[in-house]
Design a protein around this ligand. Structure first.
Ligand code: KE4
Length: 430
């Protein structure tokens, strides 16, 4: 008699009959690391449990959204109260004002903002309003930076900095990315060349101020300052995509940490406390191009949804507790130090790159400075490392090109457990 399939296997088999690849977002399919994806029943604090009862220390944390960990009491309580009042009104409410106040007091560059339901909507809309404000059509992005799946952003670099983007996905027509210039991250010379070639045609530059979608890649000294100067001089909007870094690096995100005031900022993840959310905002004169004031159109049925606003508001209130970022820094430093020591002890070609409470273990000899260098990583070895960690009860993001996220719920003991697992896993795969 064949043993009954495990609950995770049974449910994932059904998922594969319902969703392409069995998932509602590709990275969850574990294609980069092999094996069957975990199917999660519940989460609490820093831990999640799958349908088979296996418990994992979680460093995905809903791709960085859950900086407080799973089911934090304050957020759960706020959600229960909000749902009792109704889930959506499609009209102005005080709940969106509450969250907007919390955001703008931490990020004063957002003189006006709009809530949407995903980071994709936020970046897509920010680029549209930048085009509307400048009357220009070209946009600049950086290889390895991910800003969601709007057509105009699914572009790969052309053959040279002055060449136009080519589609990075099937279904994206060449015309959709013909105005998208893709440059190497941290390459100030390439930025200068692009502005020399397209100066008064560039509507905006969008950048992850600290990249996290090629793994964590930090801005080279002066790179962001240079972007600020070049865009200001050319009359192009500088858009900081802080969907990940917003409220991750600190209350003021990357713009406070690096002392740069962008023209527009996009947000997501943390500001929704785990519910679907995005936001974009910045200079009033740009944002007031938006309908109903101006000619740039953008809309959304569930934008500013009161339940999401309640979860985001409770999250940001918890983050305003004065010791929380210090504790996050202490846990993250301990993790980085332990991982670095484990890499040294294992004598393996790898390195750890950390910015605040996000980090990546790269299987490269040194920290990558751009996507080409990150892409040289030994992804097969990462896959073996991922599985070795999973067997030891630690769930990492299932891709070399993602960030591990430490939450406020990760305890010192759980960080120590993680470091032990890293040490054993590295020895196992070397
Ligand atoms: P969403 O549309 O997925 O809410 O946000 C898009 C987005 C925009 N900008 C940045 C900097 C982002 O990191 C993202 C989305 N991040 C990925 C993980 N790196 C989401 C995970 C997934 O696609 O399943």
């Amino acid at each position: 008699m064949t043993p009954a399939a495990a609950p995770s296997t049974k449910v994932f088999a059904e998922s594969e009959r319902l969703f392409p690849g069995g998932v509602n977002s590709p990275v969850r399919a574990f294609r980069a690391v092999g094996g069957q994806p975990v199917v999660i029943r519940e989460g609490r604090g820093a831990r999640i449990t799958d349908l088979d009862g296996r418990e994992f220390l979680d460093y995905v944390t809903s791709w960085g959204a859950l900086i407080l960990g799973h089911a934090p009491v304050a957020v759960t309580r706020a959600l229960h109260e909000a749902i009792g009042r109704g889930t959506s009104f499609g009209m102005p409410t005080p709940y969106e004002v509450d969250l907007a106040r919390l955001i703008t007091s931490a990020l004063p560059s957002l003189q006006r903002l709009r809530f949407v339901n995903s980071g994709t909507e936020a970046t897509m809309s920010a680029l549209r309003v930048a085009r509307g404000f400048t009357g220009r059509h070209r946009i600049v992005k950086f290889a390895g930076c991910y800003h969601g799946h709007a057509d105009l952003l699914l572009a790969q670099a052309g053959s040279g900095v002055a060449t136009l983007g080519v589609p990075g996905s099937a279904g994206v027509p060449a015309a959709a990315v013909a105005d998208t210039v893709v440059l190497p991250y941290n390459d100030r010379e390439a930025v200068a060349q692009a502005f020399a070639a397209f100066r008064d045609e560039i509507a905006a530059v969008i950048v992850e101020p600290v990249a996290a979608n090629m793994g964590v890649v930090r801005p080279a000294p002066g790179f962001l300052d240079d972007l600020r100067e070049v865009t200001a001089r050319a009359g192009a909007a500088l858009i900081f995509d802080e969907v990940i870094t917003g409220f991750r690096l600190g209350p003021g995100g990357a713009q406070e940490r690096y002392g740069i005031t962008p023209d527009l900022t996009t947000l997501g993840k943390i500001i929704g406390g785990g519910l679907p959310v995005g936001a974009y905002g910045g200079r009033a004169e740009i944002m007031e191009m938006l309908a109903p004031l101006g000619p740039v159109y953008q809309a959304g049925t569930l934008a500013g949804n009161p339940v999401t606003m309640a979860a985001g508001g409770a999250t940001l209130r918890e983050l305003s507790e004065p010791t929380i970022y210090g504790a996050l820094e202490a846990r993250s430093t301990a993790l980085e130090r332990g991982v670095a020591e484990a890499i040294g002890a294992a004598g393996i070609e790898a390195c750890v790159v950390r910015e605040a409470s996000m980090l990546t273990v790269f299987f490269t000899p040194r920290p990558p400075m751009n996507f080409a260098e990150a892409s040289s990583a030994d992804t097969a070895r990462f896959g073996r490392f991922f599985q070795a960690m999973l067997r030891r009860g630690v769930l990492l993001p299932p891709s070399q090109f993602e960030a591990w996220f430490v939450s406020a719920a990760h305890t010192e003991a759980e960080i120590e457990t993680t470091v032990r697992a890293v040490s054993e896993a590295l020895r196992e795969i070397r």
